[in-house]
Design a protein around this ligand. Structure first.
Ligand SMILES: [Zn+2]
Length: 105
């Protein structure tokens, strides 16, 4: 059996501290959003969004459910509707804006 590395140990004992220690808080997620946008697996968050209290639906960006203790952003685009955490929405929106300036694949 392999020994647990520091990150794995931390995940067990202090899971809330783990994301901040892995290459910055949002770097991995941002890369994921960029890839999904370029492959059209995620629609661009360019439309109007509304904010409400979380309803437990999964976030379109990180796929974790949005609890009622946080807010959720609902965005409409290309006839689709997506909800995201405010932080996830920020990344999604920023990456969507960048996408417009890149040539279509
Ligand atoms: Zn999220």
């Amino acid at each position: 059996m392999a020994l647990l590395d520091d990150h794995a140990l931390l995940a067990i004992h202090e899971p809330e501290r783990l994301p901040a220690l892995l290459a910055g808080p949002t770097r991995g997620l941002r890369q994921q959003v960029r890839t999904r946008l370029s492959k059209r697996q995620l629609f661009a968050a360019a439309g109007i969004s509304s904010v409400r209290r979380g309803t437990g639906r999964p976030c379109i960006v990180c796929e974790r459910s949005i609890e009622s203790s946080t807010l959720e952003r609902e965005v409409e685009g290309s006839g689709q509707l997506g909800v995201a955490h405010p932080d996830c929405y920020k990344i999604w929106r920023e990456e969507s804006a960048l996408l417009k300036h890149r040539p279509a694949i």
